[in-house]
Design a binder for this molecule. Structure first.
Ligand code: 13P
Ligand code: SF4
Length: 301
């Protein structure tokens, strides 16, 4: 079957089964042919919380499907490939407990890129699009932040009066982007605007004109009258921008900046999951009960 035939089959079957397909914008671009929504982690969790569909097929990574299940436990949630986020896997239950014990009585913020077990130990969750607002909402002069040390730095840069003690996790995909990459691209394209994700290293953020989540970067590019953009994030965003704005020059850092876990899903996998209902994601009741407070508190902001 070619991609068009596969997409037709998936779109028909998802209607019959009252399923929706939620996709992160780092997914293979072909997934957009069948996705009901393509977006960033915040948009995806908001949609997962309110969908009326019976089944959610999550084209993303494990923590996203887990978050959807916690937010909407009556729904069946499936992950076509069981692939985790390398950053989320840098901290487990024991490590978060240890981190908190070493820094007692300080509110703890966790990036949504964390497991449900880690969320269950934290006060509030955030995404890359609302991390600054979330930390600000705590009205605390000191905060613990897990697991992304670079997102923590971005928040600290925006809220200089808050002392942030960060767990030393990071995204291996965004870590590959260096200041030198930006300077090289800037030399080749001196008029280009630099867009970067806050998971990037500080040296990259320092050289950026705009820093935001995947969806925020895409929205910036859409509304900007500028014509050239250097895009410092995963390839999926670059490809979608190139597709959606053919009149603009969208400059990737390199084809090597892709997240292997995000790229696992194909249309064939999605069809298989819709047909066979494999890889259903479940979350332990006790863990879910605690983790939902942390996610809900964010969604209310
Ligand atoms: P956003 O979806 O918040 O842009 O974060 C990117 C990411 O790494 C998701 O895993
Ligand atoms: Fe995790 Fe990085 Fe992949 Fe996002 S890009 S899912 S943070 S490993």
């Amino acid at each position: 079957m070619d991609k068009k035939e596969l997409a037709e089959k998936i779109n028909k079957l998802k209607k019959e089964k009252n399923a929706i397909i939620l996709a992160h914008c780092y997914q293979n671009i072909e997934i957009d042919l069948v996705a009901d929504f393509v977006g960033d982690s915040l948009g995806l969790s908001q949609l997962a919380a309110k969908t009326n569909a019976d089944k959610i097929i999550f084209a993303g990574v494990y923590f996203m499907a887990e978050t959807a299940k916690i937010l909407n436990p009556a729904k069946k949630v499936y992950l076509p490939n069981i692939s985790g986020c390398d950053m989320a896997d840098m901290i487990n239950l024991e490590q978060i407990r240890d981190f908190k014990a070493k820094n007692p009585n300080i509110p703890t913020v966790c990036y949504i890129n964390s497991t449900a077990a880690v969320k269950s130990e934290c006060d509030i969750c955030c995404t890359s699009s609302n991390a600054v607002e979330v930390v600000k909402s705590l009205n605390s002069s000191e905060v613990l932040f897990v697991p992304d040390k670079y997102l923590a730095s971005w928040v600290e840069k925006n809220l200089p009066n808050v002392k942030i003690t960060a767990y030393q996790g990071y995204c291996p995909t965004h870590f590959k982007i260096s200041a030198n990459d930006i300077l090289t691209k800037k030399k080749e394209n001196p008029n280009a605007i630099v867009l970067s994700h806050p998971e990037c290293r500080n040296e990259v953020v320092e050289l950026s004109d705009f820093v935001g989540s995947t969806t925020q970067m895409m929205a910036y590019c859409k509304k900007s009258s500028e014509k050239e953009f250097i895009v410092a994030t995963e390839l999926g965003v670059v490809q979608r921008l190139q597709r959606d704005y053919p009149d603009k020059k969208i400059i990737p850092i390199s084809k090597e900046i892709f997240c292997p876990s995000m790229k696992e899903n194909t249309l064939e996998d999605i069809l298989y999951t819709l047909e066979n209902e494999n890889n259903e994601i479940t979350v332990d009741d006790e863990v879910a009960k605690k983790a939902i407070n942390c996610i809900d508190r964010m969604l209310k902001i």
